[in-house]
Design a protein around this ligand. Structure first.
Ligand SMILES: Cc1cc2nc3c(=O)[nH]c(=O)nc-3n(C[C@H](O)[C@H](O)[C@H](O)COP(=O)(O)OP(=O)(O)OC[C@H]3O[C@@H](n4cnc5c(N)ncnc54)[C@H](O)[C@@H]3O)c2cc1C
Length: 470
């Protein structure tokens, strides 16, 4: 009872308009008039309906600031969502890895040591590799506090042994079935669970921010994503240096949605790196980070982006709404998921926080209508191409030459891939891996935090223009 009262208070506090903002670092920044004006133009199109969605920018801003952002921020800080299992050493499958990495030491990711991995994760991993034991109370079901007698277990295994030998030919067949099943529902390629280079990373210790990753290596990744894997008009693939979205208006909804999803994620990455930009020397022992208006402006100013910058900002709202819609549609999945952490209260809080996110999202009449996509016979081929292209993008993440960017790239692409998996499959028949759940909610956390940052940039500009304090 006490637990429930505590939990209710916490959630009421989270949703009561209390945002978990850090101190507003923008207050101390004074901008030149030129930057302010450009920022204004950057934002002037950021209003009204989010095309192809059923919400407008203003509604999303309110929903996000008062409810989704504080809840998602809280959720992703919990240990179930903080520890991400990832293979950061996987070779790039498309080209030889180059050496143009980050300029900063800080772009390296330190995986968790054995001791740092929470017991509940070691436990669930152990149960994957160990044969399941039939009686309750054995290691595989409660390994965290297990004190099993190995000899007793051996004896029991021998007596009740079943022949589980599988020939290599049969194993090959099983692998093929699994591959087929995966390709039917998955939009992303997940890391191989058997890989020796998988490790756990604590996302909270590796925040997404400026790393200095740029130049030919980063360019090559974005080019491979947009030019080779988005569905673009021929002339945009070959002739123009900046993709003009207006030339895509004649294309079908699915192809435009694909581009907007990726562009929205790209916008989110850019907002985070400009909101947490390097403010000291790259070689400093303890580098400092903070918002950089000039950099933000440079990257979204319509004059410098052939008028595309404001559209890129709006695409962030599109990506956010699609992910939020998937989380809403996935409600039955969250209700039946245990969110095992070995701590009963934590598990209850996770469930209740997700319920609150879903409830908040449902207060919007409609976020994104996935039934408008892939809804006729000719869509079968299109859906398969869509999946193939998205899978390629998930594989391109292994070519990102900066570990921290690769880490967050993987989280976000996998999160969007999970959202697509939920939207375009029957949720009653879906079972998600922990890594997909973790990626999905962290992706929501990233996009939600970007919208939050964007509005802080905007209110600072408005306050500067009217001479008010923010
Ligand atoms: C997966 C990934 C993750 C990254 N993570 C980080 C990170 O955490 N920290 C960090 O400092 N750097 C990160 N980077 C690098 C960063 O994204 C930029 O590539 C880098 O800052 C150089 O920026 P740029 O101005 O050259 O343009 P880029 O951002 O590299 O953009 C390349 C081109 O894409 C187009 N474009 C730009 N934005 C959009 C958009 N939103 N929608 C559509 N088209 C667009 C423009 O034509 C632009 O010239 C990451 C790169 C990748 C590929």
């Amino acid at each position: 009872m006490k637990e429930l009262i505590w939990l209710t208070c916490l959630l009421l506090w989270l949703c009561g308009g209390h945002t978990l903002y850090e101190e507003n670092p923008f207050l101390s920044i004074k901008q030149s008039k030129r930057t302010q004006l450009s920022l204004d133009t950057c934002f002037c199109e950021l209003q009204g309906p989010v095309e192809e969605c059923c919400c407008d920018v203003e509604t999303v801003n309110r929903l996000n600031q008062l409810q989704v952002y504080p809840l998602a921020n809280y959720l992703t800080g919990m240990s179930y969502f903080r520890f991400f299992k990832v293979d950061l050493l996987k070779e790039c499958p498309f080209w030889q890895d180059d050496s143009s990495k980050c300029v900063m030491k800080g772009c390296h990711v330190e995986p968790c040591s054995e001791e740092e991995v929470p017991v509940f994760l070691k436990a669930t991993d152990a149960s994957i590799s160990k044969p399941a034991t039939p009686q309750q109370g054995h290691c595989s079901s409660v390994p965290a506090s297990c004190s099993c007698d190995e000899d007793t277990l051996d004896e029991q295994n021998e007596l009740g042994a079943i022949d589980s030998t599988i020939s290599s030919k049969q194993q090959e067949e099983f692998d093929k079935w699994k591959e087929f099943d995966d390709s039917e529902v998955n939009f992303c390629e997940l890391d191989d669970e058997q890989s020796r280079s998988l490790s756990y990373v604590d996302l909270s210790l590796n925040p997404e921010r400026y790393t200095g990753y740029a130049g030919p290596s980063a360019d090559r990744i974005w080019k491979a994503i947009y030019r080779e894997n988005c569905f673009l008009p021929e002339e945009d693939i070959t002739r123009h240096s900046i993709i003009d979205y207006s030339r895509m208006q004649g294309m079908c909804l699915e192809k435009r949605a694909f581009y907007r999803l990726i562009s929205g994620m790209h916008t989110s990455i850019t907002i985070h790196l400009t909101a947490h930009y390097l403010q000291s020397e790259p070689s400093a022992t303890n580098p400092t980070f903070g918002p950089n208006f000039e950099e933000f402006n440079k990257r979204f100013d319509p004059q410098r982006t052939a008028s595309q910058g404001p559209l890129w900002l709006k695409n962030l709202y599109f990506t956010y709404l699609l992910v939020l819609r998937a989380i809403t549609k996935g409600e039955p999945l969250w209700e039946s998921e245990s969110f095992f952490t070995g701590n009963n209260l934590d598990e209850k809080i996770i469930k209740e926080t997700i319920r609150q996110i879903v409830r908040a999202a449902k207060s919007c009449p409609s976020l994104f209508d996935e039934t408008q996509m892939f809804n006729d016979d000719s869509s079968i081929k299109l859906k398969s191409q869509f999946k193939q292209h998205f899978r390629n993008i998930s594989r391109i993440m292994d070519c990102v030459g900066c570990e921290k960017c690769r880490l967050w790239g993987k989280v976000q692409v996998r999160g969007i891939g999970t959202a697509l998996k939920i939207l375009f499959n029957d949720v009653q028949r879906l079972k998600l891996h922990r890594t997909e759940i973790v990626s999905l909610f962290n992706a929501l956390g990233r996009f939600s935090s970007s919208i939050n940052q964007l509005n802080r940039f905007r209110s600072n500009v408005q306050a500067d223009q009217t001479g008010e304090d923010v």
